[in-house]
Design a protein around this ligand. Structure first.
Ligand SMILES: [Zn+2]
Length: 308
């Protein structure tokens, strides 16, 4: 292929996002975060800071963990599940959320599961808790190789929409539930990888929210607290005759690995914050309730008036 065409394709594949508009928190009182794994709400392009911000502004937060996390950790399937669930609770408490709801689908084996069944579970949870905002993976994120991320995200955006219809799973209404569609969705992903949907919004984080974001991921010690990260980095640097003095002052490899986690998360928030002209931020793909018809948002902006 001609080099010029390759360069054009490269530019299309990875659009530079030098700036992002700052978003505002929507009105409401209930936040639902639904993702497959124990740590998804807290990872680097995750939403720990935004969750903390929602909660600090009065929202009740609920976390749906779709899988059983049996593959994450070195303790065997059963113990990994129990340890990871416990650490999910530790993390949501740091963020101020109220509850973890585990669906327990098999970790990393979610390709063949009945997607309609997963979707019904999510519709049920949405109708029970009636969230004003939902956070999850972006189902249109490209290069996402994790089947659990893809499948839960896809079922979730379908559920956010279908939960509002009286004709969808009417058997739920015999249990006292009512239809409820979700007006605000924030999609997570490495959206800077390009193609698909890219980030369209940055949500600013204050110092407290940034700190909670860092502490929440560090709570997942089964995966992030082995000491291996510091050990591997030190070994790599030793080959070049270098070392990190702060690691020498740490109490051990665990504390040194915690330092890496904090630096990594802080770095991500600062990089995104720079695009929005603030110190710390997270980036998301946001869709609001008025996007389903072309031009509706603009029509409402021009014609709607406050109720007197
Ligand atoms: Zn995950």
């Amino acid at each position: 292929m001609h080099i010029a065409i390759l360069l054009i394709l490269a530019a299309v594949a990875a659009p530079a996002q030098d700036s992002l508009p700052l978003g505002k928190l929507p009105p409401g009182r209930v936040l639902l975060v639904a993702q497959p794994h124990h740590d998804d709400h807290t990872t680097d392009y995750g939403m720990g800071g935004l969750i903390a911000r929602f909660v600090e502004h009065g929202f009740e937060g609920y976390y749906v963990r779709g899988s059983n996390d049996e593959k994450d950790g070195a303790h065997g399937y059963g113990r990994n599940d129990i340890i990871n669930l416990k650490e999910t609770w530790d993390a949501i408490r740091i963020l101020g959320m109220k509850k973890v709801i585990s669906l327990n689908w098999r970790n990393d084996f979610m390709n063949p599961i009945p997607l309609d069944e997963l979707r019904e579970q999510l519709i049920f949870v949405i109708r029970k808790y009636r969230p004003d905002a939902v956070l999850g993976h972006n189902p249109w994120e490209h290069y996402q190789k994790n089947p659990d991320h893809r499948n839960v995200a896809r079922a979730l955006v379908e559920a956010c929409w279908l939960a509002g219809y009286e004709t969808v799973h009417p058997e739920h209404f015999d249990l006292g539930l009512k239809p409820h569609s979700v007006p605000h969705y924030y999609g997570k992903g490495r959206l800077d990888w390009g193609l698909g949907q890219i980030s369209n919004i940055a949500m600013e984080l204050n110092e407290s929210q940034e700190r909670k974001k860092e502490l929440a991921i560090a709570a997942h010690r089964n995966v992030y607290g082995s000491g291996g990260a510091a050990r591997a980095l030190s070994a790599e640097l030793a080959k070049e005759g270098k070392y990190i003095p702060e690691f020498e002052r740490a109490a051990g490899e665990l504390e040194a690995s915690d330092m890496i986690t904090h630096w990594w998360m802080n770095w991500t928030s600062r990089q995104i914050g720079r695009k929005a002209g603030v110190k710390y931020a997270g980036s998301h793909n946001y869709t609001g309730g008025l996007y389903h018809l072309p031009g509706l948002r603009e029509f409402v902006a021009q014609n709607a008036e406050p109720v007197r």
